[in-house]
Design a protein around this ligand. Structure first.
Ligand SMILES: [Zn+2]
Ligand SMILES: [Zn+2]
Length: 151
């Protein structure tokens, strides 16, 4: 999706939800698809993310960020935000599971579900498998699902 199209769709969606004082922008982050800054009142999507993903995924992400704006600062991906997602019409989950981002050179794998994760820098702390922690550990980090470095 081009930036122009992202702005057209994004501003339309924001207006639909009565958000008039926020702006849209792009950034060049490789690890974050989208951000929502309450200080600047700005929703930004990664230019890599816009380049690599389908319209459906991008529109879902714009709605995901709009839900953050409506939910307010500091509520994260909790119950309030999730109920607003249903209203706005986006998938109430973190973005990394559905988005395609440039691959990092550090490849890790979950030994439970075999899902692979890549990182641009070697993770400083141990990482858990997002899918397994979500499914079996109530979304919290769990020793059982620590990712292993794949050579
Ligand atoms: Zn989010
Ligand atoms: Zn897993």
């Amino acid at each position: 999706m081009t930036k122009t199209r992202f702005y057209a769709i994004g501003y339309d969606l924001m207006t639909e939800r009565g958000i008039c004082d926020w702006t849209l922008g792009t950034h060049n982050k490789k690890m974050s698809c989208g951000t929502c800054s309450f200080n600047d009142k700005k929703i930004s999507l990664s230019s890599h993310f816009l380049r690599l993903n389908s319209d459906d995924v991008i529109i879902n992400t714009i709605k995901h960020e709009i839900a953050h704006v409506l939910a307010g600062q500091g509520v994260g991906h909790g119950v309030v935000w999730k109920s607003i997602c249903r209203l706005v019409g986006c998938v109430p989950s973190r973005l990394n599971d559905i988005a395609i981002m440039p691959k990092g050179k550090w490849l890790y794998r979950c030994t439970t579900c075999e899902k692979e994760y890549t990182f641009h820098r070697k993770p400083k702390r141990r990482k858990g498998c997002g899918v397994c922690c979500e499914n079996y550990a109530g979304g919290k980090f769990d020793e059982r699902f620590v990712l292993e470095l794949k050579k």
